[in-house]
Design a protein around this ligand. Structure first.
Ligand code: DGL
Length: 274
């Protein structure tokens, strides 16, 4: 895509996709961003594929109409359950987080066995397992539904969260997956628990984050559009953000800062018809 200063559309079920936006910003401060958080209808992680596909397709269409030139499906659940439907709903290039996450995990694994964690719906879809198996890597998938609400509660470094994560991971790293050397974080909220996971997993285990992996893939894609081609002023100006949410803008601003790591302005409420 050879756009001098691209607008990247970032879609998520709510706040979590801001971890992906954060990773995108670190790699691509020279882009503009339109973020859509479907906060009125989260969580997606406990919903059916049909429902997630319907919601996500509507959001994709919205972002296309609001200037996005490339669509990043930050939500692991939507990427796992509805990537073909999202792709059909708009005429933009669409990138989900599953393939980039699986590719990084496959590269990082020497033992050929990995543990993947995510929401109930992501894990139930086996999208990560398929993506890893197609690269010759075995994956034990473990749903960790309690972690999303704990992160949204702000219990990032809390003993209860640590205990819950420990119980999930004991099951993840059991039996033939005891020797797994990669933990793949397959949910937008888990990068906030990176330090906590690091404390729990054995030192030889690499923690791979699908947000970070996706940002690198998109950077590669945009390398067709080197900064040299941009006018000087355009190149230097900071990124522009537009945030669209389907529920309270005030709550998004407040909670979102925790995920993005800096303050959030210019949040607009939108009402998408089902
Ligand atoms: N964004 C979702 C994901 O990455 C987590 C939150 C939700 O269930 O909506 O799977």
């Amino acid at each position: 895509m050879s756009v001098p200063r691209p607008t990247l559309g970032v879609f998520d079920s709510g706040f979590g996709g801001l971890t992906v936006l954060k990773a995108l910003l670190e790699h691509m401060p020279g882009a503009d961003y339109a973020y859509f958080g479907d906060t009125a209808r989260l969580p997606y992680g406990s919903k059916s594929a049909e429902t997630v596909a319907k919601y996500a397709a509507g959001a994709a269409h919205f972002l296309e109409q609001h200037g996005a030139q490339l669509l990043v499906i930050a939500c692991n659940t939507a990427s796992a359950l509805a990537l073909p439907q999202i792709t059909r709903a708009c005429s933009l290039p669409v990138i989900g987080v599953i393939e980039p996450g699986a590719e990084s995990a496959a590269r990082a694994s020497k033992s050929g066995t990995t543990v993947v964690i995510g929401t109930e719906a992501t894990i139930g879809s086996h999208a990560y397992r398929r993506a890893l198996e197609s690269r010759g890597i075995k994956a034990n998938e473990k749903a960790c539904p309690l972690l999303v609400p704990l992160v949204e509660e702000g219990w990032i470094d809390h003993p209860v969260t640590e205990q819950v994560a420990q119980i999930y991971l004991q099951e993840g790293f059991s039996d033939e997956f005891r020797s797994s050397d990669v933990l793949l974080l397959g949910c937008t909220h888990y990068p906030l628990l990176r330090a906590l996971f690091r404390r729990i997993v054995p030192p030889n285990v690499t923690v791979v984050d699908s947000a970070e992996s996706t940002a690198k893939v998109i950077l590669d894609l945009l390398l067709n559009s080197p900064p040299e081609t941009m006018p000087g002023n355009e190149r230097r100006r900071p990124p522009r953000f537009q945030f669209f949410v389907t529920d309270s803008t005030e709550k998004f601003r407040r909670l979102g800062e925790r995920f993005l790591g800096h303050s959030i302005d210019d949040v607009q409420h939108v009402d998408l018809n089902e």
